[in-house]
Design a protein around this ligand. Sequence first.
Ligand SMILES: [Zn+2]
Ligand SMILES: [Zn+2]
Length: 344
Amino acid sequence: MMSTPTVMGYAAMAQGQALMPFTYEQPKLGEHDVRVSVTHCGLCFTDIHGIDNYYRATTYPFVPGHEIVGYVSEIGKAPSSLKIGDRVGIGWLGRSCGECEWCKSGEEQLCIDIVQAGTWVPYGGFSSSVVADSRFAYVIPDAMPSEVAAVLLCAGIAVYNPLRLYAKQGAQEIGIIGIGGLGHLAIQFAHALGYEVTVISSSPTKKEEALAFGADHFVASDDKTSFQKLEFNFDLLLCTAHGNINWEWLLTILKKRGKMVLVGFPDVAFNSTDVVVHELSITGSFLSNRATMKEMLFFAQEHDIKPWVELIPMSKVNEAIERVKYNKVRYRIVLINDAANAGR
Ligand SMILES: [Zn+2]
Ligand SMILES: [Zn+2]
Protein backbone atom coordinates (compact mmCIF):
# COMPACT_ATOMS: atom_id res chain seq x y z
CA MET A 1 0.00 0.00 0.00
CA MET A 2 1.23 3.49 -0.77
CA SER A 3 1.82 5.70 2.24
CA THR A 4 -0.11 8.97 2.44
CA PRO A 5 2.01 11.89 1.24
CA THR A 6 2.94 14.37 3.92
CA VAL A 7 2.84 18.14 4.13
CA MET A 8 5.61 20.22 5.65
CA GLY A 9 4.39 23.15 7.69
CA TYR A 10 5.05 25.33 10.72
CA ALA A 11 2.83 24.96 13.77
CA ALA A 12 2.30 26.40 17.23
CA MET A 13 1.99 23.34 19.45
CA ALA A 14 0.34 25.35 22.26
CA GLN A 15 -0.95 28.85 23.00
CA GLY A 16 1.56 31.64 22.39
CA GLN A 17 4.43 29.35 21.42
CA ALA A 18 6.98 29.91 18.66
CA LEU A 19 6.23 27.92 15.52
CA MET A 20 8.03 24.63 14.93
CA PRO A 21 8.50 22.55 11.79
CA PHE A 22 5.49 20.25 11.69
CA THR A 23 4.86 17.41 9.27
CA TYR A 24 1.34 16.08 8.82
CA GLU A 25 -0.58 13.75 6.56
CA GLN A 26 -1.99 15.36 3.44
CA PRO A 27 -5.69 16.06 4.13
CA LYS A 28 -8.06 14.21 1.80
CA LEU A 29 -9.95 16.24 -0.78
CA GLY A 30 -13.69 16.72 -0.47
CA GLU A 31 -15.78 16.67 -3.62
CA HIS A 32 -15.47 20.43 -4.22
CA ASP A 33 -11.94 20.85 -2.85
CA VAL A 34 -8.66 21.69 -4.48
CA ARG A 35 -5.15 21.12 -3.24
CA VAL A 36 -2.89 24.12 -3.73
CA SER A 37 0.91 23.97 -3.59
CA VAL A 38 1.83 27.07 -1.63
CA THR A 39 4.48 29.38 -3.05
CA HIS A 40 3.63 32.52 -1.04
CA CYS A 41 1.76 33.20 2.18
CA GLY A 42 1.28 36.58 3.82
CA LEU A 43 1.71 37.07 7.56
CA CYS A 44 -1.30 38.85 9.07
CA PHE A 45 -1.85 40.04 12.64
CA THR A 46 -4.78 37.63 12.76
CA ASP A 47 -2.31 34.73 12.48
CA ILE A 48 -0.58 35.98 15.62
CA HIS A 49 -3.94 36.39 17.36
CA GLY A 50 -4.66 32.79 16.32
CA ILE A 51 -1.39 31.53 17.81
CA ASP A 52 -2.23 33.40 21.03
CA ASN A 53 -5.83 32.06 21.07
CA TYR A 54 -7.13 35.66 21.21
CA TYR A 55 -10.39 34.56 19.52
CA ARG A 56 -10.75 31.56 21.86
CA ALA A 57 -11.23 29.28 18.87
CA THR A 58 -7.74 27.94 18.17
CA THR A 59 -7.02 24.21 18.23
CA TYR A 60 -3.41 23.03 18.48
CA PRO A 61 -1.23 22.09 16.70
CA PHE A 62 -2.14 25.29 14.89
CA VAL A 63 -0.68 26.04 11.46
CA PRO A 64 -1.38 29.72 10.68
CA GLY A 65 -1.46 31.35 7.25
CA HIS A 66 -4.44 32.65 5.29
CA GLU A 67 -3.05 34.89 2.53
CA ILE A 68 -2.13 32.06 0.25
CA VAL A 69 -0.98 31.99 -3.35
CA GLY A 70 0.15 28.88 -5.18
CA TYR A 71 -0.70 26.40 -7.90
CA VAL A 72 -3.60 23.96 -8.12
CA SER A 73 -2.10 20.48 -7.84
CA GLU A 74 -5.19 18.31 -7.35
CA ILE A 75 -8.94 18.76 -7.86
CA GLY A 76 -11.86 16.96 -6.18
CA LYS A 77 -14.48 14.95 -8.06
CA ALA A 78 -17.04 17.72 -8.60
CA PRO A 79 -16.80 19.85 -11.76
CA SER A 80 -14.66 22.91 -11.14
CA SER A 81 -13.77 26.00 -13.13
CA LEU A 82 -10.15 25.47 -12.03
CA LYS A 83 -7.58 23.23 -13.66
CA ILE A 84 -4.27 21.74 -12.55
CA GLY A 85 -1.52 24.35 -12.67
CA ASP A 86 -3.78 27.40 -12.29
CA ARG A 87 -2.25 30.12 -10.10
CA VAL A 88 -4.83 30.83 -7.41
CA GLY A 89 -5.19 32.69 -4.16
CA ILE A 90 -7.09 31.76 -1.00
CA GLY A 91 -7.90 34.21 1.78
CA TRP A 92 -9.12 33.56 5.33
CA LEU A 93 -12.41 32.06 4.14
CA GLY A 94 -11.52 28.67 2.68
CA ARG A 95 -15.00 27.13 2.60
CA SER A 96 -18.43 27.57 4.15
CA CYS A 97 -21.31 25.37 5.27
CA GLY A 98 -23.34 26.25 2.17
CA GLU A 99 -26.60 25.68 4.03
CA CYS A 100 -27.18 28.49 6.52
CA GLU A 101 -29.23 31.56 5.62
CA TRP A 102 -26.05 33.61 5.07
CA CYS A 103 -24.40 31.11 2.74
CA LYS A 104 -27.65 30.75 0.81
CA SER A 105 -27.83 34.50 0.33
CA GLY A 106 -24.24 34.64 -0.97
CA GLU A 107 -22.74 36.21 2.17
CA GLU A 108 -20.53 33.28 3.15
CA GLN A 109 -18.29 35.49 5.28
CA LEU A 110 -21.18 35.52 7.77
CA CYS A 111 -21.58 31.71 7.76
CA ILE A 112 -23.00 30.46 11.04
CA ASP A 113 -20.19 27.89 11.22
CA ILE A 114 -17.47 30.51 10.72
CA VAL A 115 -14.77 28.82 12.81
CA GLN A 116 -14.85 25.77 10.52
CA ALA A 117 -14.84 28.03 7.44
CA GLY A 118 -11.31 29.30 8.04
CA THR A 119 -8.45 28.27 5.77
CA TRP A 120 -6.67 27.35 9.03
CA VAL A 121 -8.91 24.25 9.22
CA PRO A 122 -7.40 21.72 9.36
CA TYR A 123 -4.07 23.49 8.67
CA GLY A 124 -3.24 26.87 7.18
CA GLY A 125 -0.92 28.31 4.58
CA PHE A 126 2.43 28.11 6.40
CA SER A 127 2.61 24.73 4.70
CA SER A 128 3.87 23.21 1.50
CA SER A 129 0.23 22.72 0.43
CA VAL A 130 -3.30 23.49 1.61
CA VAL A 131 -6.79 22.24 0.88
CA ALA A 132 -9.75 24.56 0.36
CA ASP A 133 -13.10 24.55 -1.39
CA SER A 134 -12.37 25.36 -5.04
CA ARG A 135 -15.17 27.94 -4.98
CA PHE A 136 -13.06 29.97 -2.52
CA ALA A 137 -9.86 29.78 -4.60
CA TYR A 138 -9.51 32.80 -6.88
CA VAL A 139 -7.60 32.88 -10.13
CA ILE A 140 -4.99 35.64 -9.87
CA PRO A 141 -4.77 38.14 -12.75
CA ASP A 142 -1.70 37.22 -14.86
CA ALA A 143 0.13 40.50 -14.41
CA MET A 144 -0.26 40.56 -10.61
CA PRO A 145 2.79 39.39 -8.64
CA SER A 146 2.01 36.56 -6.21
CA GLU A 147 3.12 38.52 -3.14
CA VAL A 148 0.82 41.39 -4.09
CA ALA A 149 -2.12 39.05 -4.54
CA ALA A 150 -1.39 37.30 -1.23
CA VAL A 151 -1.77 40.49 0.80
CA LEU A 152 -4.81 41.69 -1.14
CA LEU A 153 -6.64 38.43 -0.29
CA CYS A 154 -6.95 39.41 3.38
CA ALA A 155 -5.68 42.92 4.16
CA GLY A 156 -6.94 44.20 0.80
CA ILE A 157 -10.42 42.74 0.92
CA ALA A 158 -10.84 43.67 4.60
CA VAL A 159 -10.66 47.35 3.71
CA TYR A 160 -12.03 47.31 0.17
CA ASN A 161 -15.37 45.77 1.16
CA PRO A 162 -16.50 48.50 3.62
CA LEU A 163 -14.95 51.32 1.56
CA ARG A 164 -16.90 50.23 -1.49
CA LEU A 165 -20.13 49.63 0.43
CA TYR A 166 -20.19 53.06 2.11
CA ALA A 167 -18.98 54.89 -1.01
CA LYS A 168 -22.07 53.48 -2.75
CA GLN A 169 -24.17 54.83 0.11
CA GLY A 170 -22.74 58.30 -0.46
CA ALA A 171 -19.93 58.60 2.10
CA GLN A 172 -17.29 61.08 0.90
CA GLU A 173 -15.22 62.37 3.81
CA ILE A 174 -13.24 59.55 5.35
CA GLY A 175 -10.76 59.31 8.18
CA ILE A 176 -8.47 56.28 8.10
CA ILE A 177 -7.00 55.43 11.47
CA GLY A 178 -3.62 53.74 11.38
CA ILE A 179 -1.07 53.23 8.59
CA GLY A 180 -0.04 49.63 8.81
CA GLY A 181 -0.74 46.56 6.73
CA LEU A 182 -4.44 47.41 6.44
CA GLY A 183 -4.14 51.19 6.56
CA HIS A 184 -1.67 51.66 3.72
CA LEU A 185 -4.01 49.68 1.43
CA ALA A 186 -7.10 51.47 2.75
CA ILE A 187 -5.62 54.84 1.75
CA GLN A 188 -4.98 53.62 -1.80
CA PHE A 189 -8.44 52.06 -2.20
CA ALA A 190 -10.24 55.05 -0.62
CA HIS A 191 -8.42 57.46 -2.93
CA ALA A 192 -9.27 55.34 -5.99
CA LEU A 193 -12.93 55.17 -4.88
CA GLY A 194 -13.11 58.96 -4.81
CA TYR A 195 -13.15 59.72 -1.07
CA GLU A 196 -11.51 62.80 0.43
CA VAL A 197 -9.00 60.96 2.62
CA THR A 198 -7.60 62.08 5.97
CA VAL A 199 -5.12 59.78 7.66
CA ILE A 200 -4.96 59.77 11.45
CA SER A 201 -1.81 58.16 12.78
CA SER A 202 0.34 58.01 15.88
CA SER A 203 3.46 58.00 13.65
CA PRO A 204 4.08 61.52 12.25
CA THR A 205 7.08 60.05 10.40
CA LYS A 206 4.63 58.26 8.10
CA LYS A 207 3.06 61.50 6.84
CA GLU A 208 4.96 61.62 3.54
CA GLU A 209 4.13 57.99 2.85
CA ALA A 210 0.46 58.56 3.64
CA LEU A 211 0.32 61.42 1.15
CA ALA A 212 2.17 59.32 -1.44
CA PHE A 213 -0.41 56.55 -1.01
CA GLY A 214 -3.13 59.06 -1.91
CA ALA A 215 -4.16 60.75 1.35
CA ASP A 216 -5.33 64.36 1.03
CA HIS A 217 -4.61 65.27 4.67
CA PHE A 218 -2.66 63.92 7.62
CA VAL A 219 -3.40 64.38 11.34
CA ALA A 220 -1.28 63.14 14.23
CA SER A 221 -3.49 61.20 16.63
CA ASP A 222 -2.34 63.29 19.64
CA ASP A 223 -2.88 66.67 17.95
CA LYS A 224 -5.81 68.06 19.93
CA THR A 225 -6.05 71.32 17.97
CA SER A 226 -6.49 69.46 14.69
CA PHE A 227 -9.15 67.24 16.23
CA GLN A 228 -11.06 70.31 17.41
CA LYS A 229 -10.97 71.75 13.90
CA LEU A 230 -12.33 68.47 12.51
CA GLU A 231 -15.39 68.35 14.77
CA PHE A 232 -18.39 66.83 12.91
CA ASN A 233 -16.25 66.40 9.78
CA PHE A 234 -16.34 62.75 8.70
CA ASP A 235 -19.03 60.55 7.16
CA LEU A 236 -16.92 57.53 7.89
CA LEU A 237 -14.00 56.51 10.07
CA LEU A 238 -12.23 53.30 9.14
CA CYS A 239 -10.27 51.99 12.09
CA THR A 240 -7.36 49.78 11.02
CA ALA A 241 -5.25 50.32 14.16
CA HIS A 242 -5.18 48.01 17.14
CA GLY A 243 -3.57 49.92 19.98
CA ASN A 244 -3.44 53.36 21.62
CA ILE A 245 -6.68 54.63 20.16
CA ASN A 246 -8.40 57.67 21.67
CA TRP A 247 -12.03 56.60 21.10
CA GLU A 248 -13.52 59.69 22.75
CA TRP A 249 -11.70 62.04 20.38
CA LEU A 250 -12.59 59.95 17.35
CA LEU A 251 -16.31 60.11 18.14
CA THR A 252 -16.16 63.92 18.14
CA ILE A 253 -14.96 64.11 14.52
CA LEU A 254 -17.78 62.02 13.06
CA LYS A 255 -20.67 63.86 11.44
CA LYS A 256 -24.10 63.38 12.96
CA ARG A 257 -25.19 59.84 12.00
CA GLY A 258 -21.60 59.10 10.96
CA LYS A 259 -20.17 55.59 11.01
CA MET A 260 -17.10 54.12 12.59
CA VAL A 261 -16.11 50.83 10.97
CA LEU A 262 -13.72 48.45 12.69
CA VAL A 263 -11.72 46.14 10.43
CA GLY A 264 -9.04 45.05 12.89
CA PHE A 265 -9.65 43.72 16.37
CA PRO A 266 -8.87 46.57 18.77
CA ASP A 267 -10.07 46.71 22.36
CA VAL A 268 -12.82 49.33 22.45
CA ALA A 269 -13.93 51.58 25.31
CA PHE A 270 -15.88 54.84 25.20
CA ASN A 271 -18.64 56.80 26.82
CA SER A 272 -21.99 56.34 25.05
CA THR A 273 -23.04 60.03 25.10
CA ASP A 274 -21.77 61.00 21.63
CA VAL A 275 -23.05 57.76 20.13
CA VAL A 276 -26.59 58.41 21.38
CA VAL A 277 -26.83 62.17 20.99
CA HIS A 278 -25.32 62.28 17.49
CA GLU A 279 -26.87 58.97 16.40
CA LEU A 280 -23.48 57.48 15.53
CA SER A 281 -23.00 53.91 14.41
CA ILE A 282 -20.10 51.71 15.36
CA THR A 283 -19.90 48.61 13.26
CA GLY A 284 -17.55 45.93 12.04
CA SER A 285 -16.72 44.61 8.62
CA PHE A 286 -15.42 41.11 7.99
CA LEU A 287 -13.80 40.17 4.68
CA SER A 288 -16.41 39.96 1.89
CA ASN A 289 -18.44 37.65 -0.25
CA ARG A 290 -16.84 35.92 -3.24
CA ALA A 291 -18.16 38.32 -5.87
CA THR A 292 -16.60 41.30 -4.09
CA MET A 293 -13.29 39.43 -3.71
CA LYS A 294 -13.10 38.96 -7.49
CA GLU A 295 -14.08 42.57 -8.06
CA MET A 296 -11.39 43.75 -5.60
CA LEU A 297 -8.60 41.84 -7.37
CA PHE A 298 -9.51 43.47 -10.68
CA PHE A 299 -10.04 46.90 -9.11
CA ALA A 300 -6.58 46.71 -7.52
CA GLN A 301 -5.04 45.65 -10.81
CA GLU A 302 -6.81 48.42 -12.74
CA HIS A 303 -5.85 51.16 -10.25
CA ASP A 304 -2.33 49.84 -9.61
CA ILE A 305 -3.04 49.36 -5.90
CA LYS A 306 -0.23 47.42 -4.27
CA PRO A 307 0.89 46.60 -0.78
CA TRP A 308 4.47 47.32 0.25
CA VAL A 309 5.85 43.87 0.84
CA GLU A 310 8.95 42.43 2.42
CA LEU A 311 9.68 38.89 1.27
CA ILE A 312 11.06 36.52 3.90
CA PRO A 313 11.72 32.76 3.60
CA MET A 314 9.05 30.71 5.36
CA SER A 315 11.74 28.94 7.40
CA LYS A 316 12.34 32.30 9.14
CA VAL A 317 8.68 32.62 10.15
CA ASN A 318 9.41 33.19 13.85
CA GLU A 319 11.62 36.20 13.08
CA ALA A 320 8.87 37.54 10.85
CA ILE A 321 6.31 37.14 13.66
CA GLU A 322 8.54 39.04 16.10
CA ARG A 323 8.86 41.91 13.65
CA VAL A 324 5.10 42.14 13.12
CA LYS A 325 4.45 41.98 16.88
CA TYR A 326 6.81 44.87 17.53
CA ASN A 327 5.47 46.90 14.62
CA LYS A 328 8.76 46.83 12.71
CA VAL A 329 7.36 46.11 9.26
CA ARG A 330 6.57 48.51 6.44
CA TYR A 331 3.98 47.36 5.74
CA ARG A 332 3.51 43.67 5.26
CA ILE A 333 5.54 40.46 5.27
CA VAL A 334 4.98 37.69 2.75
CA LEU A 335 6.67 34.36 3.39
CA ILE A 336 8.16 32.59 0.40
CA ASN A 337 7.93 28.85 0.69
CA ASP A 338 11.49 27.54 0.80
CA ALA A 339 10.58 23.99 1.85
CA ALA A 340 12.13 21.29 -0.33
CA ASN A 341 8.77 20.36 -1.83
CA ALA A 342 7.48 23.94 -2.34
CA GLY A 343 5.50 24.43 -5.52
CA ARG A 344 4.91 20.70 -5.96
ZN1 LIG B 1 -5.62 38.30 7.73
ZN1 LIG C 1 -23.04 28.84 6.24
